[in-house]
Write a protein that binds this ligand. Structure first.
Ligand code: PMM
Length: 267
């Protein structure tokens, strides 16, 4: 069964849901709703990673995410923290989160891998080439699928060397992070290369611009939920461990269809 990670951005500026869940009550209510809809894990983020986004000071990030994590932990909801900062990761894991979701794969903060090892929590390691401000200029590949796999392998080795247990690692190609539309499709078409790394794989395609490019010009961001759900089902079919999505309802439906299909009706 593919795990569904529901996105909860408590940021004023994330591209598809920025500013919607900034009050504690609204954020918690949304997480509860996503869980009821079938999310297995809620990914809480306090710093937007959209292209060109400014960095957020750690204090501000903690102020956004800590109260939400505390409240969700108290309600028995499993969480991950979407952060590139070791200090944020530490405080939030100590407050009850289960996973660090580091889109920089340990590259943005030199303390991150050691901190994750010490905390003994799960660590989601994404492919990354640089901060949002300049990541589009870093989107250069001969073959994105093999280069992303090879660069992920380098970071995975660093994570293992830092003491993170292999059983706690999940890898993610970081779709859209220093990747253009063609790069993202190439990586998805060769998802088997990522699986060669020998770790569970997470795919985060939800509402990203390469899916928007398939829609009529000017289509609202919510129209990306259908293509997002299809990508989730195809990724699940290819054997991924989890998908990170904004719209849990459509993802759940898509994964249910896949499950019925694969079981040949014998659910
Ligand atoms: N994408 C975003 C943020 N966090 N985390 C993981 N592991 N993988 C992703 O692809 C990913 C992520 C950017 O999307 P958002 O602004 O919609 O949260």
């Amino acid at each position: 069964m593919t795990l569904i990670m529901g996105v909860l951005n408590v940021t004023p500026d994330s591209f598809s849901d920025g500013g919607r869940w900034t009050s504690l009550d609204a954020a918690v209510e949304h997480a509860v709703e996503l869980t009821a809809q079938g999310a297995d894990l809620i990914d809480v983020g306090g710093e937007s990673t959209r292209p060109g986004a400014p960095r957020v000071p750690v204090d501000e990030e903690l102020g956004r995410v800590l109260p939400v994590i505390r409240e969700l932990t108290a309600r028995g909801i499993r969480t991950s923290i979407d952060t590139m900062n070791a200090e944020t990761a530490r405080r939030v894991i100590e407050a009850g989160a289960s996973w660090i979701n580091d889109v920089s794969g340990g590259q943005a903060d030199p303390e991150m891998l050691g901190t994750a090892a010490e905390l003994g929590c799960g660590y989601l390691l994404s492919h990354w080439r640089g901060h949002s401000a300049n990541m589009n200029a870093l989107a250069r590949y001969q073959d994105a699928a093999t280069e992303v796999r090879d660069e992920l392998r380098v970071q995975v080795d660093k994570a293992l060397d830092a003491g993170i247990h292999g059983s706690r690692l999940v890898v993610d190609p970081g779709l859209g992070f220093a990747k253009n539309h063609e790069h993202n499709w190439r990586i998805l078409a060769r998802i088997d290369l990522l699986e060669e790394l020998g770790f569970p794989v997470l795919i985060g395609a939800s509402r990203k611009r390469f899916l928007g490019a398939l829609l009529p010009e000017g289509a609202p961001v919510a129209d990306r939920d259908l293509p997002s759900a299809v990508v989730s089902a195809l990724a699940a079919r290819a054997g991924v461990w989890g998908v990170r999505v904004h719209d849990v309802v459509s993802t759940r439906r898509a994964l249910d269809v896949l499950e019925a299909w694969t079981s040949g009706g014998h659910l």
